[in-house]
Design a protein around this ligand. Structure first.
Ligand code: CA
Length: 299
C-alpha cells in the first residue's frame, strides 16, 4: 500500500504544486498527517509566543489521481482515521469567536485514551474528523487555512470515518491533500482550535466523469450535506440554501416555489465553524429526497 509521510505537505492548495504520490482510482493509500500546529506543542510549557505560524495547518500531499480531469468529481472514501495518543487545544487572543475578550494565550494537552479525550475532569467520546481536505482550485492558490469550493479547512464534523466526500476536480490529477485531524469537535469550533492531533488517514479515491458538485458534498448513512463557506456567515447560509433548493428542483421536478417551501420542512442548516477566514455551514438533505446525481452539474 502507498503511504505518504507527514513531511510531504503543503500550506496552500494550488495547481502549481508537484504531486508527491500518484494513485489509481480504487487503490488504497495512507496519508500520515501532522497536527494543525505543526507538532510544535508537545507540552503545556511551550510558550505560544514561540510558535512558528508559518508551520500551521499543513496538509499532506498533493496526491495525483490518475484519470481525474477538470469537470469530474473526485470521490474520497474515508475508510479509517487513526489518532496519536495526545492532542493539543489552544486559545490565542484575537482568534476565535471571543477573540476580543481579555484572556491569555494558553495551550492544553489533551490525552486520548481508550477512545476518550480527557479535558480536565471531563471525558469526551473521540470522534475523529479531518479538518482540512481538498483539491487544487481553479486559478490562484488558496491557503490551507481557508475553506472554499475546493474543500480546504472546512472543519466539518461529518468528514469522519465511514463518510464519503465529493470534491469538484479543477485541474488534471485533482492534486488532493488532507491534514488537520481533530479528535473531537463540536459544530462552530468556537475557540478556533479543536483537539488538534497527528495521525493517519486510510483513503480510497473514485471518479465520476464529466459531472461535478459546485461545493463539496459529504455523504453520511442517511443524508447528503452540501458544504459552503463565505466571509459572511449569512451569505454562507444563503449559498447553502440555494444549493439545496436547486437540488430539490432537479430531484423532484418541483417549481422553485415548491422547492423553496419544502426547504423549511426537509433541509437542515448547520454550522461547521465560525472562526476560519471563511465561515462554513452545511445544508443537510435526507437521502429519500435526492440522489448524488441531483447534486452534480454536467460539465
Ligand atoms: Ca482546522
Amino acid at each position: 500500500m502507498k503511504i505518504v509521510t507527514k513531511d510531504k505537505g503543503i500550506y496552500s492548495f494550488s495547481a502549481s504544486h508537484k504531486p508527491v504520490e500518484r494513485v489509481e482510482p480504487g487503490e488504497l493509500i495512507i496519508l500520515e498527517t501532522e497536527d494543525a500546529v505543526g507538532g510544535q506543542i508537545r507540552s503545556e510549557d511551550t510558550p505560544i509566543e514561540s510558535l512558528d505560524w508559518s508551520r500551521v495547518n499543513k496538509a499532506t500531499g498533493p496526491v495525483y489521481i490518475e484519470g481525474a480531469e477538470r469537470g469530474d468529481t473526485l470521490i474520497v472514501d474515508i475508510l479509517d482515521i487513526q489518532l496519536a495518543n495526545q492532542g493539543v487545544i489552544l486559545v490565542v487572543p484575537g482568534a476565535g469567536i471571543l477573540g476580543d475578550s481579555e484572556f491569555k494565550p494558553k495551550a492544553k494537552i489533551v490525552k486520548i485514551e481508550n477512545g476518550l479525550a480527557v479535558f480536565e475532569d471531563v471525558k469526551l467520546l473521540v470522534k475523529p474528523m479531518i479538518g482540512t481536505i481538498g483539491v487544487a482550485p481553479d486559478g490562484e492558490e488558496i491557503p490551507t487555512a481557508t475553506p472554499y469550493k475546493h474543500g480546504g479547512n472546512m472543519d466539518c464534523t461529518e468528514v469522519t470515518r465511514g463518510a464519503r466526500l465529493y470534491l469538484p476536480v479543477a485541474v488534471e490529477g485533482a492534486l488532493f491533500a488532507a491534514g488537520d485531524l481533530h479528535a473531537v469537535q463540536e459544530d462552530g469550533e468556537l475557540c478556533v482550535a479543536s483537539v488538534e492531533v497527528e495521525g493517519k488517514i486510510l483513503l480510497r479515491f473514485g471518479l465520476i466523469k464529466n459531472r461535478a458538485p459546485e461545493w463539496p458534498i459529504v455523504e453520511a448513512e442517511d443524508h447528503f450535506s452540501i458544504l459552503t463557506a463565505d466571509e459572511d456567515l449569512d451569505k454562507a447560509v444563503k449559498i447553502a440554501a440555494e444549493q439545496a433548493v436547486n437540488a430539490l428542483i432537479r430531484a423532484r421536478g418541483w417549481s422553485f416555489e415548491e422547492a423553496y417551501m419544502f426547504s423549511s420542512l426537509g433541509v437542515k442548516i448547520a454550522i461547521n465553524q465560525v472562526v476560519d477566514p471563511k465561515k462554513g455551514v452545511r445544508a443537510i438533505i435526507p437521502k429519500q429526497l435526492v440522489t448524488i446525481n441531483d447534486l452534480l452539474i454536467e460539465k
